[in-house]
Write a protein that binds this ligand. Structure first.
Ligand code: GUN
Length: 291
């Protein structure tokens, strides 16, 4: 038996095409394009690649990309001052500060400085609270993309057993909140979990976001489960996920590949959040649930 490979690239391309059309409608109604500001501090090569792809996708969707590249030794005060400027700029609908930040800069202080209503990453404590309580805010892009892939693959998620491996603020915790909102029974596992294999074996949905190459073994997975691999690990053998892909393919019903699974969805969801922000800020009606 061989599982279905979930084509995140294709799903993301469809979402981006739809967003591009909605951007055209927004420009007609508002007389301006939605604007996304992306801030890169330092020269982390992986971050530089992500920021370049985000800028390209933003322009391809018909939005304005405002890019700020700052030296690694910039002071925290200067970064906070830039965020204040972007918060006050009416042409900016979304602000994203690429993480991780260089040592010496307090990440939480930076995130908290962003206007929550421009926080298209969904990392500000106000948006974390909105997600936890079911209020409208911004949902972090990677977990939002994972839920879209799950619904596209499975349909209704109600009552399914889901395991999230990893408890980061960027993926694990918001992923758990979103799965609870989809009425799943959610377990959050992490590096201190006892008997991870036993926990994974019960799950209809496995979301792996630990950053350890091929740690989740195919033998652990319940036959017929759906596996979402958030990991991007550079190894000597090339780019691999957090899941033993070949092993998972022989037992699961569906698996996301790395690359071409979750990654493309993250950028598409960032564009979606920016478009939502632009409509809210301009006071133009937009069916966010259908978007
Ligand atoms: N670094 C890794 N993932 C992300 C993300 O989704 N947003 C930001 N800002 N930085 C990241």
């Amino acid at each position: 038996m061989s599982a279905h490979i979930i084509d995140g690239k294709a799903v993301a391309a469809r979402l981006r095409a739809r967003i591009a059309t909605q951007v055209t409608d927004f420009v007609t109604a508002a007389g301006r394009a939605p604007g996304l500001a992306v801030v890169l501090v330092g020269e982390d090569p992986a971050s530089a690649v992500y920021v370049r792809s985000k800028g390209k996708a933003t322009r391809e969707a018909g939005m304005e990309s405002i890019e700020h590249r700052l030296a690694a030794d910039i002071g925290q005060a200067e970064l906070l001052a830039l965020i204040d400027t972007l918060n006050a700029d009416p042409a900016v609908d979304g602000i994203l500060v690429q993480l991780p930040l260089p040592e010496g800069i307090d990440e939480q202080a930076v995130i908290t400085r962003i206007d929550p209503d421009k926080d298209v990453d969904g990392f500000h404590p106000v948006n974390v609270g909105r997600l936890a309580t079911g209020l409208d805010g911004f949902v972090p892009c990677t977990p939002a993309g994972c839920v879209m892939l799950l619904k596209e693959t499975i349909g209704d998620l109600t009552g399914l057993d889901a395991v999230v491996i990893g408890r980061s603020n960027i993926v694990g915790k918001p992923m758990a909140a979103l799965l609870i909102a989809e009425s799943c029974t959610v377990t959050v596992a992490h590096s201190r979990t006892r008997d991870l294999a036993g926990v994974v074996a019960r799950a209809d949905i496995v979301v792996a976001a630990v950053g350890r190459p091929e740690m989740v073994r195919g033998e652990w997975i319940k036959p017929g489960a759906t596996v979402i691999d958030v990991g991007i690990n550079r190894t000597e053998a090339g780019l691999v996920g957090d899941v033993d892909f070949a092993g998972a393919m022989s037992v699961a019903a569906a698996v996301t590949p790395v690359p071409g699974g979750v990654g493309p969805m993250t950028i598409a969801c960032l564009l979606r959040n920016t478009l939502i922000s632009a409509h809210r800020r301009a006071g133009i009606a937009f069916d966010e649930r259908a978007a």
